[in-house]
Design a protein. Structure first.
Length: 101
């Protein structure tokens, strides 16, 4: 759950943000790093195109979605959603107890 993720994630990863992938004793933090990791360790089917120009375009799109579009959408969403406890609470806790085993 947002907030209670901090001590859990900080125990295993350099920063507090999710997503974090744990695989074979390795910790990979962040969507882009996870995509690269999966492409390297489980190349079929590839998540990122091999063709240089397609790859370039894909990585640009990924960065734009991540840093430009994603962050703005999240900000607008939370700006509205956090005014609605009845929406925000079930959305955030998904019935969760906040702990990861
Ligand atoms: N660009 C990063 C975004 C990571 C990010 O900001 N995650 C948010 C949730 S969507 C988060 O964990 N925020 C809480 C925190 O930073 O502790 C990615 O896609 O991996």
């Amino acid at each position: 759950m947002p907030g209670s993720h901090i001590p859990i994630v900080k125990r295993i990863a350099p920063s507090t943000f999710v997503p974090v992938l744990q695989d074979a004793g390795r910790i990979i933090q962040g969507s882009s790093a996870i995509i690269d990791y999966v492409d390297e360790h489980s190349p079929e089917p590839p998540l990122t195109p091999a063709d240089p120009s397609e790859r370039q375009r894909t990585l640009e799109l990924e960065r734009w979605l991540d840093c430009e579009f994603g962050e703005r959408v999240r900000r607008v969403f939370y700006f509205h959603a956090l005014n609605h406890r009845d929406l925000a609470i079930p959305l955030f806790n998904q019935g969760g107890l906040g702990g990861a085993d």
